[in-house]
Every structure is written in C-alpha cells, then in structure tokens.
Design a protein. Structure first.
Ligand code: B12
Ligand code: SF4
Length: 473
C-alpha cells in the first residue's frame, strides 16, 4: 500500500523570493501522529509544502491524506483534485474540513471531522476491506494507547524546532474567536495524555530543546504538576503556551521553570477589558497584565505576547497603546493579528448575522487581512495599524527600550538577541531556510533561551507571592 501524506502551504510560505522563518519552525505533527496508525508494511511519504517543493509526479499513491487549514484550503483542494483524477483514494481532515464539511467533501472520497485518533484507525480498517464511509465524525476523545508519532518521516534538518510535541488536546476555556469549540464539537474539548505517556514521549526526543504546541499546557493543574515534576532533572529547555490566569496561579509556574520552561506564549489578546468580555475571554478580564509579565520575568521566562486588533471596542489608537504597553513591560516578542472570524466559531456566526463578513476568500483569512467590517475603525486603518504595530514594536529603539527594563546585563543581552534574532535577521533566516539546514541554528536558540549558559533557578523570594495571592484571590 502506497500512502502519501501532505501538509499544503499557504501561498506566502512557498514564495520563491522570501520565506518567513515561522513556516520552518514546526514539522507536521498532526500527520506524523496519524502515520503512527498505518500498517508496518505501508510505504509512506510525508510532504510538508512549507519546507519543500511538493513532488506530485511520482508513482500514483493508493491513498492520499491531506491536512487542511483555512489558509491552505484552496491549495489542498487543488492537490486533492489532482490525485482523484489520477485514481488515488483521497481523504481530507483537519480544522477547516471540520468547519466546512460540505465544501471539503466536494474534493474528497472521505472527510474527517474533529481529531483523528478515534476515526482514523476505524477508517483504515474499513478502507482495506473496501467499505470506507464518506464521512467520519470523531466522538470518542482519548489519548491513551497512542502509537508512537512517526517522527522518522519528518525531515528534521528543515525545521528550527523539530522537537515540537503535544501532550493534550484542546483547552478548558471557550473564547468566541477560537477554533476550539467548533473543532471539538460532539465530544470532550480538553483532555490530556497520562503523565507517564507524556514523559515517555519526551524521553524519545533527541537533544535538549522542546516546544509544547498544546493550546494550554497548564490547563489541567494535576496533569501539569505531574508533568513538570517528572521533567525536573531531565535537563530539558522548553517553550510553551499558557493563559494569563495560569501564570498568576501560585506555584505552577515555578514548577514549570524548574522543569526547564524558558519562554511562554501568552494570549493577552487586547489591553481593553470591554473587548475581553465581549469575546468571552473571561480568564483575562480584570487581570493585571503588567503583573503577569513581571512574574514571568522574575523567574527568567521570556514572554511571547499575542494580541488581536479590530475587536469592536478598538479605535484607531489601539495600535500605539498596545505597542507602548508591550515595550514598556519589557515583552521580548509579540505576535499581532487582525481579528479573523473563522467559520464555525461563535464570532463568525455573530458577524455573519450582523451582515459584516466581507467575502469567503479563505486565502486572505490569514490574520493579516481584514475580512469583516470593523466597528470603531475602517478596514484601511486596521490593516495599516497592524503593520505599523509590527514595525514599531520591532524597531531597534523599541527593542533597546524593552531590553533596558531588565535589571542585569545578561538579561538585557538575552532580550536583544531573542527579539532581534526573530525579526531583524529575517533575510539571514531566508538564506538558512533555502540551504535546508535550519536545524543548525538550534544551538543558537538554546543558548539564548538558557541566558547564554545561565541556569537561572526559580528563586521563591523573588516571586512576591503575597502580591500574586492578591491578584489571583
Ligand atoms: C503549530 C501551528 C502552526 C505552525 C505549523 C503548522 C503545522 N506544521 O502543522 C505555523 C507556525 C506554520 C502556523 C502557521 C499558521 N497558523 Co497555525 N497553529 C499551530 C498550532 C499552534 C498547533 C498545530 C498542531 O501541530 N497541533 C497538534 C496536532 C497533533 O494536531 P493537528 O495538527 O490539529 O492534527 C490533528 C487533527 O486536526 C486531525 N487531522 C488533521 N488533519 C487530518 C487529516 C485526516 C485525514 C484526519 C483523519 C485527521 C486529521 O488529526 C490530528 C491528530 O488528532 C495550532 C493550534 C492548534 N491547537 O491546532 C495553530 C492553528 C492551526 N494555526 C492557525 C492559523 C490561523 C495559522 C496562520 C494563518 C497564522 C498566521 N497569521 O500566520 C498560519 C498559516 C497556516 C497555514 N500553513 O496555512 C489557526 C487555524 C485556524 C483554521 N481554522 O484553520 C490555529 C488553530 C490557531 C488558532 N487558535 O487560531 N501554525
Ligand atoms: S484560551 Fe486560547 S486555546 Fe483556549 S479557548 Fe481561548 S483562545 Fe482558544
């Protein structure tokens, strides 16, 4: 049986002139997970168009498996149509297929809704006896007894962070704009591996650095504590995502740091409380964002702050206010997004009901284009402000100002190297990407994360626990 698994890319990631480093960060973990269920005698190829030019001209596969994100949907359908015309059996799954099954079904023999751990093995059995169904809908959610992820299919040298890992799925929260509730409809929307299985998966990963892609690694306290305690002493250095309230929770952050956490992606989303309430981002409402950043910095964790522009209470001043706040707080890196209502989300339904969606050109649903009619500012102001926010945040002057909030020379250097490294050396990254040796830059990332060799232990005295209790309480 010949199987081809494909992660198509959005147009920007395949540009012959310039490829942003973000597309060479993580390997296609979802497909490598599904590959684990294939029989041992299957001849499997895994192609990621973000890092390689797709080979569609080889021997015709029996089964073609494509993962579809909204921004790569057009490309995914093109590839699907190509292989169906050649006689392959084509299956589509992933977030966009789950949001818009009818659209996807027109390009597939079988589609999958939701996560694949329950439906995919069932399909493989059915397909081999010639009885595959047109639609498989996930309902049983568990991560127990997973086969090992087929990391051998990943071209490690093409990624800066080949050791990306997920040990849970989903998240306990319900923000209006998030993909999560639509994707996990019909079953549990937050569940974890067992701590032992997660630790075993970590043990299988070579090297030192890890990146947890979990939506909310801290979401289940018992699991997180077990994981962090189990990782302590492994000598790992890692990055992850967490929410504002989990950072403020007493003690959990310290355990994560002891286990090797050095940078955290935090969804601040907006510096405006009215917006937070409107988007049901309740876990952020009323939180002291400055205290969140201080607490992370105090334990030596760098902050990657995520912000969304264009919520209904945003006016033209939102860009400057956000950037000034982020720079003054000493945030190392920031990711800005134009609010993008994804089909299937509560936000999309609301915008649609209000007649505010502008078009369905999914290529432009990339969080860099305005696809809805904003309220407090024009679409032009929103796009221009978004680009200006990036420029202003990553000016050398701002990076320097952010760095100077750190109280040690080492801290300042780490800030300069990390913030400058991502955005100021994009052309250099482009050359490295083209040489297909991105992995060689990993020791540099590790050096910066570790503060150039510094192993800064969590110092309980520096966390101002009484202040934290006040904030959480
Ligand atoms: C890592 C990541 C990236 C990485 C790499 C993606 C990759 N290599 O897969 C990078 C940085 C490149 C990236 C870029 C972008 N991303 Co992104 N990313 C993620 C993130 C954080 C994790 C994805 C992951 O690895 N999950 C873990 C694996 C195990 O799960 P999985 O991939 O979903 O696969 C499972 C199921 O989906 C299903 N499945 C998937 N495909 C198939 C196929 C079949 C046949 C079957 C049976 C099952 C199946 O089974 C798998 C196992 O359960 C997600 C958030 C999230 N939690 O999903 C956002 C997310 C996917 N990204 C998103 C967005 C918007 C983007 C960008 C547009 C952002 C931007 N402004 O640049 C770009 C463009 C993406 C593109 N290429 O088109 C959105 C997608 C929205 C949507 N409806 O499609 C998400 C959900 C973030 C969010 N909360 O909004 N992203
Ligand atoms: S906290 Fe993050 S992952 Fe969870 S629902 Fe909100 S946006 Fe989605």
């Amino acid at each position: 049986m010949r199987v081809m698994m494909i992660l198509p890319a959005l147009t920007e990631a395949t540009s012959p002139l310039f490829r942003p480093i973000k597309y060479s960060l993580f390997p296609p973990l979802g497909l490598a997970t599904l590959a684990g269920y294939l029989p041992a005698d299957a001849e499997v190829t895994l192609q990621d168009e973000h890092v390689t030019r797709l080979r569609l001209d080889g021997p015709v596969p029996d089964l073609v498996v494509i993962q579809v994100y909204i921004t790569s949907a057009r490309r995914a359908y093109q590839i699907a149509d190509h292989y169906r015309a050649l006689g392959s059996y084509v299956v589509l799954g992933g977030l966009h297929v789950t949001s818009l099954p009818e659209e996807a079904a027109a390009h597939a023999d079988t589609i999958f809704l939701g996560p694949g751990e329950d439906t995919w093995p069932q399909f493989l059995q059915d397909w081999r006896r010639g009885a595959a169904r047109p639609v498989y809908r996930s309902t049983t959610r568990t991560l127990t007894h997973l086969p090992p992820v087929r990391r051998d299919l990943i071209q490690r040298q093409c990624y800066l962070v080949p050791n990306s890992i997920v040990v849970s799925r989903g998240c306990p929260h319900h923000c209006d704009f998030c993909y999560k509730d639509a994707f996990f409809a019909g079953g549990k929307s937050f569940y974890t591996q067992t701590v032992d299985a997660a630790l075993a998966e970590i043990d299988r990963l070579p090297g030192r650095h890890l990146y947890f892609l979990d939506d909310h690694l801290f979401g289940n306290r018992r699991f997180a504590e077990g994981l962090f305690d189990g990782m302590t002493g492994m000598g790992r250095l890692w990055q992850a995502a967490g929410t504002v309230d989990s950072v403020l929770a007493p003690d959990l952050l310290e355990r994560a740091v002891a286990a090797g956490l050095r940078s955290l992606f935090v969804g601040f989303e907006t510096v405006n409380d009215t917006n937070l309430a409107a988007q049901r981002k309740r876990q952020n409402v009323g939180r002291d964002y400055a205290a969140v950043v201080r607490r992370l910095h105090d334990v030596g964790v760098m902050v990657n702050a995520s912000f969304v522009f264009g919520m209904d209470d945003d006016g033209p001043d939102v860009f400057d206010r956000t950037v000034v706040w982020a720079v003054e707080a000493g945030i190392e890196t920031a990711t800005f997004h134009i609010m993008t209502p994804y089909p299937g989300t509560a936000l999309y339904e609301r915008m649609q009901a209000q007649g505010r969606m502008l078009h369905r050109d999914w290529d432009l649903y990339d969080t860099r284009h305005v696809v809805f009619r904003p309220h407090g500012l024009t679409a032009g102001q929103l796009e221009a402000g978004y680009w200006r926010a990036y420029r202003d945040f990553y000016r050398w002057g701002s990076i320097w100002r952010g760095a100077s909030t750190k109280d040690t020379l080492r801290g300042r250097l780490r800030h300069l190297a990390y913030a400058g490294g991502w955005k100021k050396f994009e052309p250099l990254w482009n050359v490295v990407i083209r040489s297909r040796q991105v992995l060689h830059a990993l020791p540099l990332l590790e050096a910066v994360l570790s503060g150039f060799g510094e192993r800064r232990p969590a110092e309980p005295g520096r966390h101002r626990p009484e202040r934290v209790a006040e904030l959480v309480g």
